[in-house]
Write a protein that binds this ligand. Structure first.
Ligand SMILES: [Zn+2]
Length: 401
């Protein structure tokens, strides 16, 4: 199992990677970054062009004298296969090497079916999807909704993934797909994808970002000075099961009581929404439940935006618990930006208003004066792009190590 670039010279790949990441795109910049002479750089560029990995890309603005030629990474020269494992769906995509989706599929697929069946199905679908595209697959990236052990790349006691604990996801998928596979925790991957799509890389605020996912579960991705912070073991930001005050009696799906997720997570909201529907407290939820036999977070979002009192109550309770936790994180970490992903923060402006107010009240003013708290445009798109970038980054890291 190896990527199509495994046979290419390390210096060539180092050059290509500098161009790919935007760190150096002219001969002079490449020479400065690598410490190599301009003639050597020219030779490496020619080899990379012949291998189809880079292409001429016009010239950079002149700084006096002739404008220097620039190159771009040929993201169309390979494919990445991405897998987003979610509680009840499996999200698959074939992307180019920059993480732009070429084809996507979403399957209704509960995570409780376990790793063997899930990964076999993902591999079969991805192989079928990749067959319709010309370039070879370079790598695959997998996003998993639980803690990932940094050393092994395996899920570590994931509360909602029975059968996945310590499962060799990488080994199983590499055997099936015959390309290098990388895994990561979903919210860290989303943050990676989000940060890479910020408009102007150069002007990015130093990159102190908290990316908070309020989905079925709750987790935070942490970017410190442009680097993803995973922690000593890979557990950083896994705040779904910290205890929140005043709700000791609520039992969480992890078995403990009073977890943040058991009050504010998607599954907790649905539990309470169902009760409100059955007890007739919310005509809107009752109607949704009668029509389809089940409720979704989107039903609550619609209810909130239409002014349904019970939906607003549920939303405020979730936002308050998340806001309390976030206020503490803001004081502790001092991010420049907080991004919230998930159907509730993405669909409900009021959810963000509640959170902003709590953070403003509770956190230090020095930490909140210039703080932006924004909804993600699409957590799912961030995840897909992040999966692809994680996979391609890993291929280059392995090839240039
Ligand atoms: Zn819990």
């Amino acid at each position: 199992m190896s990527s199509p670039i495994a046979a290419i010279d390390t210096d060539v790949l180092t050059t290509v990677n500098l161009i790919r990441t935007g760190h150096a795109i002219t001969r002079q910049q490449l020479a400065r970054s690598t410490g190599m002479g301009r003639n050597t750089i020219s030779a490496l560029i020619n080899t990379a062009i012949a291998a189809g990995l880079i292409a001429p890309n016009g010239s950079a603005p002149s700084t006096g004298g002739r404008a220097p030629a620039t190159w771009r990474f040929r993201q169309e020269s390979g494919l990445v296969l991405t897998v987003g494992v979610h509680t009840s769906t499996l999200r698959l995509a074939v992307t180019d090497l920059a993480g732009h989706p070429l084809e996507r599929r979403t399957l209704n697929w509960p995570i409780t079916r376990g790793p063997e069946a899930t990964l076999a199905r993902a591999a079969a679908e991805l192989q079928e999807m990749a067959r319709g595209h010309e370039p070879p697959a370079w790598a695959a990236g997998v996003s998993l909704p639980g803690p990932i052990d940094q050393d092994t790349g395996r899920p570590s006691s994931p509360p909602i993934m029975p059968g996945w604990d310590n499962y060799d996801v990488v080994g199983a998928l590499e055997a099936a797909l015959n390309v290098p596979v990388s895994t990561g925790n979903d919210v860290n991957i989303m943050l990676l994808g989000y940060a890479s799509a910020l408009p102007d890389q150069a002007s990015r605020e130093p990159g102190n970002i908290l990316y908070l996912q309020v989905g079925t579960g709750i987790g935070v991705g942490i970017m410190s000075n442009g680097h993803l912070h995973l922690g000593a073991a890979g557990a950083a930001g896994d705040i779904g099961h910290v205890q929140v005050s005043g709700v000791d009696s609520v039992i969480c799906r992890c078995g403990r009581t009073g977890c943040l997720e058991a009050v504010a997570g998607g599954w907790a909201l649905l539990r309470d929404a169902r009760r409100a529907a059955v007890e007739g407290l919310s005509p809107h939820l009752r109607e949704c439940l009668d029509q389809r036999g089940e409720l979704t977070i989107e039903d609550i979002v619609v209810g909130v935006n239409a002014g349904d009192t019970e939906c607003v109550t549920l939303m405020v309770r979730s936002a308050t618990a998340v806001g309390d936790a976030l206020a503490m994180l803001v004081s502790f970490f001092n991010p420049g930006r907080v991004v919230l992903a998930g159907p509730m923060p993405q669909g409900c402006p009021m959810f963000l208003d509640v959170i902003r107010r709590i953070v403003d009240e509770r956190a230090l003013s020095l930490a909140t004066t210039d703080l932006e708290i924004l909804p993600a445009a699409s957590g799912l798109d961030d995840e897909l792009r992040g999966c692809a970038l994680l996979a391609v980054d890993s291929v280059f890291t392995a090839a240039t190590a």
